[in-house]
Design a binder for this molecule. Structure first.
Ligand code: PMV
Length: 314
């Protein structure tokens, strides 16, 4: 018997960067995200003989983060050695949240394969141990992740406020500094870290209010501010975390110009050089065609809001 699950990446509008001290991979800040639909991770698990085996795109892989995650789950549940096969339909490790969809799909598949019968909230808390943002990919639509439980919850279903995200890939190389390393460095070295934690708590509360009101313009301003504040924190880290390239900057400028010309669009960027332009569906065509003409842009993907992680019935 084997079980296959799928999950989508999510993009934070109010960002998380930094962890609490201690165990459990608890974020230092709350966050608010949207789950995308067309980008997807598909993961199959089945009991194996001997030890765990991992395959990415059918190639044998050795991923310490996944092996540590499996070891952590086995402290809580009876889980046999597993063969894990995982595939992404988008570039992994390049700031497109492949770890979010990856750990959400893996946790969901293990729950079904091992008949653990866990609730979505528990799956979210477990996925978070693999990657903070993975807690959010268990759910679809608009999703909040906050303490003290640090289990994500859905704020709005995908159909309740459909937005479109244009994902602009400006480099498909693996990112240089993984987010966990970067977060530790920011907490240890940036003079801005305490201010970041305080301002993000306030941004999160405001974000929930604006999503409930479907106030696109105010959410646009807040999301860009949260993104730029996170990148200011990254830049003030020692050694500096500079994830952008020239095309990233050109996309930001183009999105700001479109916004000033009256289009409903804003940008957000994570720990990589890709730019996500979030817009109202009626603006998507123009946003996409403008961004794909920018020099250095390699690929442009379009996504609506997606559902949470689910089991694929064969
Ligand atoms: O899920 P992690 O621990 O790799 O962190 C992701 C952090 C950002 O993507 C930069 C921001 C966020 O809230 O998703």
């Amino acid at each position: 018997m084997s079980t296959t699950a799928q999950a989508h990446p999510n993009i934070a509008l109010v960002k998380y960067w930094g962890k609490q001290d201690g165990t459990g991979n608890l974020p230092a800040t709350p966050s608010l995200s949207i789950t995308l639909d067309t980008l997807q991770t598909t993961t199959t698990v089945e009991a194996a003989q001997g030890s765990d085996r991992l395959y990415f795109d059918d190639k044998a892989a050795d991923d310490p983060k996944i092996l540590a995650f499996l070891a952590e789950l086995r402290r809580l549940y009876d889980i046999p050695p597993l063969t894990v096969r995982t595939q992404n339909n988008f570039p992994a490790g390049a700031g497109l949240a492949s770890s979010a969809s990856g750990f959400a799909a893996l946790t969901t598949a293990i729950d079904a394969e091992c008949e653990l019968g866990l609730s979505r909230s528990t799956l979210s808390a477990l996925a978070r141990m693999g990657s903070g943002s993975a807690a959010r990919s268990i759910f679809g639509g608009f999703v909040a992740l906050e303490g003290p439980a640090w289990e994500a919850r859905q704020v709005l279903a995908p159909t309740e406020w459909p937005l479109t995200t244009i994902v602009v890939i400006t480099s498909s190389e693996q990112k240089r500094i993984p987010s966990t390393t970067g977060m530790t460095l920011s907490k240890q070295t940036s003079p801005y870290f305490p201010a970041w934690v305080t301002s993000t708590r306030a941004d999160f509360d405001l974000g929930l209010l604006l999503v409930a009101r479907r106030d696109f313009d105010a959410l646009a301003e807040l999301a860009e501010q949260s993104c730029l504040t996170m990148h200011a924190l990254m830049l003030s880290t020692r050694p500096p975390l500079l994830y952008w390239n020239t095309a990233t900057m050109a996309c930001i400028e183009a999105i700001r110009e479109m916004g000033q010309a009256g289009l409903s669009v804003f940008f957000t960027i994570d720990a990589g050089p890709q730019v996500k332009a979030v817009c109202l569906p009626q603006a998507a065509e123009e946003v996409r065609s403008t961004l794909q003409q920018i020099s250095g842009v390699e690929q442009v993907l379009t996504a609506g809001l997606g559902n949470g992680a689910s089991i694929c019935l064969s």
